[in-house]
Design a protein around this ligand. Structure first.
Ligand code: DPP
Ligand code: ZN
Length: 871
């Protein structure tokens, strides 16, 4: 397959001033007629080169220009497109083609999901609908007419409905017009037998916007939370960014078959059902929060993505990094800020850091790709959001707002680059971000080595920070970055020391050199540094904290994130020791200090209870793996299981008391305080069940039978599945299924609990689940909840020493690739890290990966990931 390079960008040869689409929907043979008003791009050079359009798997029927059929001698069908000879600089092009939505299992383009027609065009799905210059810098005004039989009463597209009629044979005809020019990737169409809920929102300037959420009838009771979230997001974007919504109607549609979480199509967002549908009885707190953040994310794209879009796909983080930053701040404002930050950083540190250290490592603005779908990554999204967050930290909230105002004003209606974003931030603030730009071009996770010194005579404390960054594929040498390090200094009573004449107790050190020393004067004693507060940069910090100092920070740091982080460092060190002891065949013993620290965290009623729950969680196996030089999966599992069980046994009484204290029969509400209490309660329950003591497992059984909400029910089910005797676990799973078999989202949760189970027989169970009537290889959510959970979240069973977990994954990836390349290429990720594993296990992983390569013809998506990983 061909590699596309960022440096090869050139402006489009032709522009499309307007796009009129006409669809006659039929499952096997949908007729698409497209009328494009084409114009030679004055910025692209002279002459009239052929017009080259993208198109994949299309049946071409006819081509006309200005109303006259073009003879076949004047156009050529290409492997992935169409080239048409051009005789004048402006003309009306009409193309007719057919597609088969029913056979489209890639879920890109137009496809059917449970009988409903829907589309997914980002990044390059529109070319599976009709021939088009399918690139984001070609922006056009779209008008869409849909003709469909009566059984599809709801016919939707972008913009406003402008016309509705019937054909002579009784089919419905509806026309939509979107007044905003947009790239084809934001096009959407939906047709189905759908119900909807409706509400309205009055914008700051007093315009009424109609809000509608569409779903199959059986799910109509699950839309309220998304509607509330949408209204909160609309208000928040007005208040924090001064951005109003711009159309008279905003629609959201829930779809069961969807490759991603959701899609920000102009005025018509399409959502994966799992990311929009929720009710107290059927959805966990986590999914309530996920829905709020994704609804926010897609809504925020209306400005950061739609009004101002990307010039090319190398700039993807321009819209995704910025929009993730926006949604994270929205969630932080709606819920617990510290806990939101901890969750995001945990994900970044495990999965994104692993990506940065693996064969697919790439900068936030990549230089090349074979298949753009493979670059919807944690680096583009999450690290990209951290880069935007750093700009926010450097400029302050006000400066950042000036920058975003200028960016939106300057580039409204344009397709632009990451560079344009940074320049707007610079221009609005009169600052120079030259060195900061390296965050966009340099891959890999930087490391800060910090040392300090105190001169008692002069009262001077010096912090020396050395930065480095390991090599990544194609980038051997790294240059110093501009890194904001938020920090504070604690005195021996745990108070923050003033750091400047204004008595500020927190400072942002701007690290720009390979090595730099920062001095603080007038101190009476050597302070303890609290570094990288709030995780102010996506880096690893090494400072040689003693156990005592970490315990002290856990108790005293005024930065909640760093309190949590100190606990993580402490637990991390203890788990490292246990791994070493395990490998050396020594008896395992848990540091008593760790037990004491957890005991006092558990007793702390002043802290946000959700933070307490986070602080009680040991670093995940994936986190331990990311830190390891060579991953010894067996040692990681042994160390972590041992520590968890020791903690549970030592703190049994306190855990049970805390559990009891938090039991409540309040009616369910997903507010931050209640979520916090459930989170801590269920953390206690999970620990208690680890003891496998019958009396404590009874708590899980009781909770399972009495739970009035899905958060408690699912937590109890997981506890029983992982730790109860076989008969109890089996009967809980059966009961649960019988109760919820009609509910798609709950069945997916039920799949996940089983695939994630630490029980030895889980791989066989997973194979059996794939035979379950509710499993469907064509449905990405099912694939993710069964195979994905097993490979990504069941560290112990996936890494079985016999390599059977790897072989299983390889086999599924090959099967899936024939249906859905995007999802297959993503699913293979765990195997790509084989070089980091101890030799024996690593070799088994490599062999599994090689078997994918040797399986015959594989998709471009999968080929890119597998070939880069084997190289
Ligand atoms: N642009 C989508 C999102 O991240 C993904 N297709 O919201
Ligand atoms: Zn997005």
């Amino acid at each position: 397959p061909r590699t596309v390079y960022r440096k090869d960008y050139h402006a489009p040869e032709y522009l499309v001033d307007s796009t009129r689409l006409h669809f006659e929907l039929q499952p096997k043979s949908t007729l698409v007629k497209s009328c494009l008003q084409i114009r030679r791009n004055p910025d692209a050079g002279g002459g009239l080169p052929p017009l080259v359009l993208d198109g994949i798997e299309l049946e071409l029927l006819s081509v006309s220009i200005d109303g006259a059929l073009v003879p076949a001698s004047r156009y050529r069908e290409l492997p992935e497109g169409l080239s048409i000879d051009v005789e004048k600089p402006e003309f009306l092009l009409e193309i007719h083609n057919r597609i088969s939505p029913e056979d489209n299992t890639s879920l890109e383009g137009l496809y059917l999901s449970n009988g409903m027609y829907c589309t997914q065009c980002e990044a390059e799905g529109f070319r599976k609908i009709t021939y088009y210059p399918d690139r984001p810098d070609v922006m056009s005004k779209f008008t869409t007419t849909i003709v469909a039989p009566r059984q599809y009463p709801v016919l939707l597209a972008n913009g406003n409905e402008i016309e509705r009629s019937h054909t002579e044979d009784g089919r419905q005809v509806v026309t939509w017009e979107d007044p905003f020019a947009k790239p084809a990737y934001l096009f959407a169409l939906v047709a189905g037998e759908l119900q909807h809920i409706e509400d309205s929102f009055t914008t700051a300037s007093g315009r009424e916007v109609k809000l509608q959420i569409f779903t199959e009838a059986k799910n109509i009771g699950k839309c309220d939370h998304a509607m509330r979230s949408l209204k909160k997001a609309m208000r928040w974007d007005e208040e924090v960014y001064g951005r109003e919504y711009d159309l008279d109607i905003f629609m959201v549609v829930a779809v069961d078959h969807f490759n991603m979480g959701a899609m920000e199509n102009k005025g018509l967002n399409i959502f994966n059902s799992a990311c929009v549908l929720a009710s107290p009885k059927t959805a966990t707190d986590r999914s309530f929060q996920t829905i709020e953040s994704i609804v926010g994310h897609e809504y925020f794209h209306n400005w950061s993505g739609n009004r101002v879009t990307c010039r090319d796909w190398f700039q993807l983080s321009l819209k995704e990094g910025f929009t993730v930053f926006r949604d994270a701040e929205f969630s932080a404002d709606m819920n617990s800020r510290a806990v939101k930050r901890i969750e995001d950083v945990s994900m970044l540190r495990t999965a994104q850091f692993a990506e940065d250290a693996g064969p697919m490592a790439h900068p936030v603005r990549p230089d090349s790709y074979m298949e753009i779908s493979n670059f919807y990554t944690l680096t583009i999204y999450e690290k990209g959001a951290e880069v935007v967050r750093m700009i926010h930290t450097l400029l302050g909230a006000e400066g950042f707002r000036k920058g975003s105002d200028l960016y939106f004003e300057r580039h409204d209606g344009q397709a632009v680059t990451c560079e344009d974003f940074v320049r707007a931030m610079e221009d609005a603030n009169g600052v120079d971000l030259t060195r900061f730009r390296r965050w966009y071009s340099q891959a890999g996770t930087p490391v800060l080595d910090v040392s300090d010194e105190f001169d008692a005579r002069s009262g001077t404390y010096s912090l020396t920070i050395r930065q480095s960054c390991p090599p990544t594929p194609g980038q051997e040498e790294k240059l110093p970055l501009h890194i904001p390090v938020a920090m504070g200094l604690l005195d021996s009573d745990g108070n923050d020391l003033p750091l400047d004449d204004d008595d500020n107790t927190q400072k942002v050190l701007e690290v720009t050199e390979a090595e730099q020393t920062f001095r603080f004067e007038g101190l009476k004693e050597k302070p303890l540094p609290s570094l990288l507060r709030g995780f102010s940069a996506p880096v690893k910090v090494h400072y040689d904290y003693s156990t005592e100092q970490l315990l002290f920070l856990m108790r005293s740091d005024s930065d909640e994130f760093n309190r949590w982080d100190a606990g993580q460092r402490l637990a991390f060190a203890a788990l490292e020791q246990l791994q070493q002891d395990f490998r050396a065949g020594r008896t395992l013993e848990l540091q008593p200090e760790l037990v004491d620290a957890y005991r006092s965290v558990l007793a702390n009623r002043e802290l946000d209870q959700a933070l307490v729950a986070e602080m009680l969680a040991l670093p995940s196996a994936q986190t331990l793996a990311e830190h390891a030089q060579k991953i010894d999966a067996e040692a990681i599992v042994a160390a972590r299981d041992f520590a968890r069980r020791e903690l549970a046994l030592a703190l049994k009484d306190e855990l049970r008391d805390c559990y009891r204290r938090l039991q409540s029969d309040k009616p369910y509400d997903p507010n931050a305080a209640d979520i916090a209490e459930r989170s801590l309660k269920n953390t206690c329950l999970a620990y208690l069940s680890v003891t496998e003591e019958p009396e404590l497992l009874t708590l899980a059984e009781e909770q399972f039978s009495e739970a009035a909400n899905m958060t408690d029910s699912a937590a109890a089910l997981a506890a029983l599945t992982n730790h109860a005797p076989d008969d109890i676990a089996t009967s809980a799973l059966e009961n649960f299924y019988r109760r919820w078999e009609g509910d798609t989202q709950v069945v997916e949760l039920w799949f996940g609990v089983q695939s994630g189970s630490a029980r030895r027989g889980t791989l066989d169970a997973v194979r059996e689940l794939m035979q379950h009537p509710a499993f469907e290889l064509k449905n990405p959510n099912k694939v993710r909840s069964v195979i994905g959970v097993f490979a990504n979240r069941n560290f112990a069973q996936f890494h079985r020493t016999d390599g059977s977990g790897f072989a299983f994954l390889a086999e599924q990836v090959v099967a899936l690739d024939k249906l859905n390349p995007q999802v297959a290429a993503r699913l293979v990720t765990p195997l790509t890290r084989w070089k980091k594993y101890t030799e024996e296990l690593g070799e088994k992983m490599r062999a599994a990966l090689q078997s994918v390569m040797d399986s015959g013809k594989i998709s471009r998506d999968l080929y890119e990931v597998v070939s880069k990983s084997l190289a």
